[in-house]
Write a protein that binds this ligand. Structure first.
Ligand code: 5GP
Ligand code: ZN
Length: 114
């Protein structure tokens, strides 16, 4: 998607602080971190939100979840713990229309989320 900010980050039109990258996904630091460690995990392919996920595109999500523990280890939060969040739609708090997973840690998380 030509006007999607995360597509632009994925294809390096917009710079980001990359933590992990492979052919399918990109992991980079959130511009406005809400925790000492806060990265975003995105598929390189444009998927608008969880609502648009299909059987075909779901494999990239499985791939993302197999990489989480490596990224958490790299960030030094695998042992202390972390939270993964994906906001969907307006009331879900999604502000960027490209499927992404927040991986946050480095402090005690609270429940319920706001
Ligand atoms: P959402 O609100 O959609 O769940 O998450 C979007 C996240 O993207 C927010 O946490 C926001 O700080 C982050 N974000 C928005 N624009 C940029 C950007 O240009 N670069 C980076 N690294 N993060 C961004
Ligand atoms: Zn996109």
């Amino acid at each position: 998607m030509s006007d999607c900010i995360f597509c632009k980050i994925a294809n390096k039109e917009i710079p980001s602080n990359v933590v992990y990258e492979d052919e399918k996904i990109l992991v980079f630091h959130d511009l406005s971190p809400v925790a000492p460690q806060h990265v975003l995990i995105i598929p390189k392919v444009h998927i608008e939100s969880m609502n648009e996920l299909t059987e075909e595109s779901a494999s990239v999500v499985a791939h993302i979840f197999t990489k989480v523990k490596e990224v958490a280890k790299q960030l030094g939060i695998d042992g202390s713990g972390y939270r993964i969040v994906s906001n969907c739609g307006s009331e879900g708090g999604q502000t960027v229309g490209h499927l992404h997973f927040h991986l946050a840690g480095g402090r005690q998380m609270q429940w319920p989320p706001g």
